[in-house]
Ligand binder design. Structure first.
Ligand code: G4P
Length: 527
């Protein structure tokens, strides 16, 4: 197959959801339906062991598992689907956000009882900023849940895009009768159970089929009315609008019961885009170009602490990766020839022979590769758009032994570059360095790594801050005035970008009112 044929059959996506909405269950069912795993339950078991403890040592032991399960590749209907995991729960960290920069589409899972929840919203912000197309799956219809029309309205208001239902539920909870496929004008009848793959589900044709009305009574009468209402009120599905992030197709189902999963897989194949071009500072890179290029979007400590190597996750942007090929790191000009590069076929780590745009390969290394690094066959490229997000948790850091202050700084700079944590240096003289994170676990990881990798016993202390905004202005004088007036709250990050640290949203509102010419950014791009 040619490179462009290989690119055309790839779909790279992430599932975004709030914890407990059913992401693990759906992931597993997608793998099951694609034939990548035989028995349901294996992903679940991994999740259980991964979250059994929030203790960092324990997590480090589990790293092997999360490395293997953080990218899953499966084949379905001739397409290669790459599913990138966005860890939730206590693993939640900035990595999660950056994973979203490596996908071409997102699958949003919503618990129909809870609607759009906070963690989903945070991830959605990233998708919206990048105009990533989103497919929506509303899960758990086998329970008593919210009215589907209300859910649609909620999605629309949170996403700021039109929700276009492809299917519609008939009843819910105990009376859940199935989903009506609006586009194909037929109903798939619900049957509880996890044993089947859904190939033998009962299908009843036609919205006006008296059989459906008779069998599902009031539930169907209501669904019928709603479907007609939608037909009149909702916009028609427009593929271009979906690709531009202005419409989301919506599916209903029950992942645990293998119900509605097939439709989601089909939507990924039929609707989600193939890998697109990537913008580098130098030029736009097309996925079909013959030469290889890829970008490191995630660095993860490997399972073997004795070797302290890390796996750099590289999203292939163009060309073809062949095992044993020589690659140049654009940032340093260094040449590497990794020979134990892994792919992630159905959760097993396997040596990769070839990979194409959209695929993710894992390169074990000892710190040669950093977050944001670009690998090429020699050309120098720097991709834009790897985001850093304003932290929401802060801790001050000091070293117990003052003689090791230098090691502390070195360690923090390196960990900062790797994206493990954000480091802020206050403008005020004598202030302690501040660590900023999105997830609490990031602090534990950093304290542990400072001790074991840099020999620094760091003391982390509570900080009064819980918000940060990077500040810029077209008017340097105005910016300086703002900084002088707020000197105690100004700090610089690892690339010397200026940040304003705050302890409440009210403070931000006041600052915005007083200094309309200063811009407050929640996100900063790498490089
Ligand atoms: P997450 O990865 O998004 O955190 O969610 P996960 O798949 O672990 O699902 C969270 C809970 O919701 C699990 O129950 C799971 O069984 C349940 N669930 C998932 N899909 C459905 C569905 O379609 N209907 C219903 N009724 N429940 C669903 P749990 O009790 O936390 O775990 P377990 O004991 O079932 O393993």
């Amino acid at each position: 197959m040619s490179i462009s044929q290989e690119v055309a059959r790839r779909r790279t996506f992430a599932i975004i959801s709030h914890p407990d909405a059913g992401k693990t269950t759906l992931t597993e069912k997608l793998l099951l339906f694609a034939g990548a795993i035989q028995i349901a339950g294996s992903v679940k078991a991994r999740k259980a062991s991964r979250h059994a403890s929030s203790d960092w040592m324990e997590i480090e032991k589990q790293r092997g598992i999360s490395v293997a399960s953080s990218v899953m590749q499966m084949e379905y209907r001739g397409c290669v689907l790459n599913l990138l995991d966005t860890p939730g729960h206590q693993d939640f960290s900035e990595d999660t956000y950056r994973v979203l920069t490596a996908v071409d589409a997102a699958l949003m899972v919503i618990d129909a009882a809870n609607g759009v929840e906070p963690q989903t919203l945070r991830l959605l912000q990233v998708c919206r900023a990048r105009n990533t197309p989103i497919i929506t799956f509303i899960n758990k219809l086998d329970r008593e849940v919210q009215e589907p029309l209300n859910l649609l309205a909620e999605i629309e208001s949170h996403l700021g895009m039109d929700a276009v239902p492809f299917s519609w539920p008939v009843g819910m909870g105990r009376l859940f009768g199935g989903v009506f496929d609006i586009r194909r004008n037929r109903m798939r009848v619900f049957r509880a159970g996890q044993e089947r793959r859904g190939d033998h589900d009962e299908i009843i044709e036609g919205l006006d089929n008296p059989l459906i009305a008779e069998r599902f009574g009031d539930s169907f009468a209501k669904a019928h009315e709603e479907i007609e209402l939608i037909a009149a009120a909702a916009p028609a599905f427009d593929h271009a609008a979906f690709l531009a992030g202005r419409q989301t197709p919506v599916f209903f189902g029950s992942a645990i019961n293998n119900f509605g999963v097939q439709e989601v897989l089909d939507a990924l194949v039929d609707l989600a885009p193939k890998p697109g071009p990537r913008t580098a500072l130098q030029r736009e890179v097309q996925p079909e170009e013959p030469k290889f290029s890829g970008v490191v979007f995630k660095v993860q400590a490997n399972m073997d602490p004795a070797h302290r190597d890390r796996v750099a996750f590289v999203r292939v942007s163009s060309g073809r990766f062949d095992r044993g090929m020589r690659l140049t790191v654009s940032r340093t000009g260094k040449e590497i020839r990794p020979n134990n590069v892994v792919s992630f076929l159905s959760q097993r780590r396997e040596l990769v022979d070839q990979a194409y745009a959209g695929d993710v390969i894992g390169i074990p290394n000892h710190g040669v590769l950093q977050l944001g690094d670009v690998l090429t066959e020699g050309e120098t490229l720097q991709f834009t758009g790897l985001p850093f997000f304003a932290p929401e948790l802060f801790q001050a850091v000091e070293v117990k032994d003052p003689l090791r202050i230098k090691q502390l700084r070195t360690g923090l700079i390196q960990l900062g570059e790797e994206g493990a944590i954000q480091v802020f240096r206050p403008e005020a003289v004598g202030g302690s360095l501040l660590l900023g994170a999105i997830g609490q676990l990031q602090f534990e990881v950093v304290a542990h790594r400072l001790k074991h990798e840099y020999g620094v016993d760091a003391r982390l202390m509570p900080s009064r801050y819980n918000m940060a905004r990077w500040i810029t202005s077209d008017d340097p004088k105005d910016l300086r005035k703002f900084m002088d007036a707020n000197a105690a709250h100004i700090a610089y990050d690892v690339v010397d970008a200026t940040a304003f640290l705050l302890s409440s949203p009210a403070q931000l509102r006041v600052a915005q009112e007083l200094y309309p010419k200063v811009q407050f950014h929640v996100m900063r791009e790498h490089g």
